[in-house]
Design a protein around this ligand. Sequence first.
Ligand code: SF4
Ligand code: SF4
Length: 360
Amino acid sequence: MAFKPNRLNSVVDEMNTCTACATCLVTCDVFQVLQWDSSSPRGRVQLAYGLYTGEIEPDNSVLTRIYQCTKCGRSEQECPSSVKLLDIFEAARHDLFEAGYRLENYERFRNKILTEGNPYDGEEPRWKVFGREPKERAEVAYFMGCKIAFQEQEMGRATIGLLEHLGVDYTLLDETCCGAPLVNAGVSDEEIEKIARRNVEEIAKRGVKTVIFSCPSCMISFKDLYSQFMDLPFEMRHEVEFFRDYGMELKETDEKVTYHDPCHLGRHYGIYDEPRELIARVPGIDFEEMENSREKALCCGAGGSMKLADKDLGVKIGRIRMEEAGERTVITACPNCKNNLAISGRVKSVSELLYENLKK
Ligand code: SF4
Ligand code: SF4
């Protein structure tokens, strides 16, 4: 199998912009755990460049390093030379995957998503889990995503509970995986576009005006990727943006909490205030920020489908984040963050916090 650069050709200038200054070693959670230069952002750039020139063979050790990245975006945010690191890493993943250099877990996910519509164990259609059949027409659609449907159902129940309590005219969907794990694997746009069309048609036929997401990665798929393929005839909002517009009567609690910023919600979309405003509405709640919050937040360890390449690494990064929270319950706004952080401590979503404290 010969490796030929394709998308990497379009990021050569970016790769050459890296001055190897090492700033990104300090800011990368992956490097902080593994401590090998090849596991740092600049090391990954050098590997990608070596793949591009043909000086580096894409063996399994190189593949693993390329995929040992949560796509948290912190290195790109802090890079003094403004290197578009995520574009480089995505190009490398794409070219490797398309050339047939595939880590087994990504190949398995890709095949399962394309044949069954989701990467996890569980039966479709997924709305059955929540016992609510999609309506023919509704103002609002809740795109739950695979993680909610098959692994974090309590979070989905809270969102649905809030929608119903607030009297929102909403519907669940006969949805399929948004395609984020395919992007993370490096699958071609052509395969992802089919998924995009299926999901968008499913929503559009119900006359939906607003789609809400619990999962920031699903929202990225729609807003940033699907929109490259077609016009989307609805607005898209994360649930914390949506629920902020509604008044709720909430019970008093003395729970000690903190908030973990999901990278794909905070750093990617700048949604920092909305979840904090919702948490602050709970009377009596004892809220304290972690040392690293908002733009400086550490990653949960689960982004970029990195755990498919190195599960232990993802869990270790999550543990470091949870140690920062101490005894406080960690509130977050992403099912992937919740899922990985909960391995090391007590975590709930903003929607769960609100729902359990609703005066019903
Ligand atoms: S911070 Fe930017 S310029 Fe410096 S080594 Fe990292 S990627 Fe290269
Ligand atoms: S995106 Fe995050 S995990 Fe990936 S190299 Fe940058 S800081 Fe490290």
